[in-house]
Design a protein around this ligand. Structure first.
Ligand code: AMP
Length: 284
């Protein structure tokens, strides 16, 4: 095993990468790592000769009233976790390395602004696509790993890679969950114990929809109403949206589901906004 190199500049990263020969797997993160991130790292480790992880809290993907200033950070702990996973390269840039004075180029996947998170978080995916595109150019990995937890993000990245002919293969990793089903997220630390217990309702609701679908229920409106009803049983859950959408366009479905669907939601517990989703696979 090589020792883990921590690179803070684009030039240093490129030089370190040039010293390796073999496939590189890349896991972009905003740090404050949990078992979900580590699962992406493990899959990259299993499929590639070298693994690179970036830690960068990307200001461009936070709205003016979002949690950029209080986003949780613990780089020393993150580095220990990544060392234990046998990661080869860490890219740990400062803000000016990514967005130097005079920075002015942005990547926008236009179709994604009109649906789900794109509507509720204007500018979010523009920030995500821009930073991921830049990181891809720096890291030059053969494969990059993303979590299904952020379902629309995976669609945005796939579309960007296709549209801009970026030669990086995108790999999507299933959502890693706590024992009660809550999707792991760096933002879960914001929840107080009562909110944390209540948040289990999200996956309960999603599972219930998946079960109804497996038993043959195909009506999108019925499934959406069921999910709303389950969430309504939890007084601490303030629902922002629940969605049953087409897997590719992410447009809302009504009537009978024929080609599978993405079931997704955004729910607030106090000031903390959580998202989660499950996929209803197309049936033969
Ligand atoms: P973040 O640090 O929140 O930007 O997440 C970095 C990557 O980890 C993204 O591709 C996320 O989708 C992924 N990720 C976050 N939480 C989970 C989870 N619970 N299971 C699987 N992947 C996750």
């Amino acid at each position: 095993m090589t020792t883990m190199q921590i690179l803070e500049t684009i030039q240093a990263f490129r030089e370190a990468h040039a010293g390796l020969s073999g496939t590189l797997g890349f896991v972009p993160t905003m740090g404050y790592l949990h078992a979900g991130h580590l699962e992406l790292v493990r899959q990259a480790r299993a499929e590639c000769e070298y693994v690179a992880v970036s830690i960068f809290v990307n200001p461009a993907q936070f709205g003016p009233n979002e949690d950029l200033a209080r986003y949780p950070r613990d780089v020393p702990r993150d580095l220990e976790l990544l060392r234990a996973e046998g990661v080869d390269l860490i890219f740990l840039p400062g803000g000016d390395e990514i967005y130097p004075p005079g920075y002015s180029t942005y990547v926008e996947v236009e179709s994604m602004n009109a649906v789900l998170e794109g509507v509720r978080r204007p500018g979010h995916f523009r920030g995500v696509a821009t930073v991921v595109c830049k990181l891809f150019n720096i890291v030059q990995a053969q494969r990059a790993y993303f979590g299904q937890k952020d379902a629309q993000q995976t669609v945005v990245i796939r579309q960007m890679v296709r549209d801009l002919a970026i030669p990086t293969e995108i790999v999507i990793v299933p959502t890693v969950r706590e024992v009660d089903g809550l999707a792991m997220s760096s933002r879960n630390v914001y929840l107080d114990p009562e909110q944390r217990a209540a948040a289990a309702v999200l996956y309960r609701g999603l599972q219930q929809v998946a079960t109804l679908y497996e038993r043959g229920e195909r009506d999108a409106t019925t499934l959406r109403t069921e999910l709303q009803a389950t969430l309504a049983q939890e007084p601490l859950a303030q629902v922002e949206y629940v969605s049953i959408a087409d897997l590719v366009s992410l447009q809302e479905l009504d009537g009978s589901i024929t080609g599978g669907a993405l079931v997704s939601l955004a729910v607030r517990f106090g000031r903390t906004r959580l998202i989660d989703n499950v996929i209803l696979e197309p049936q033969a």
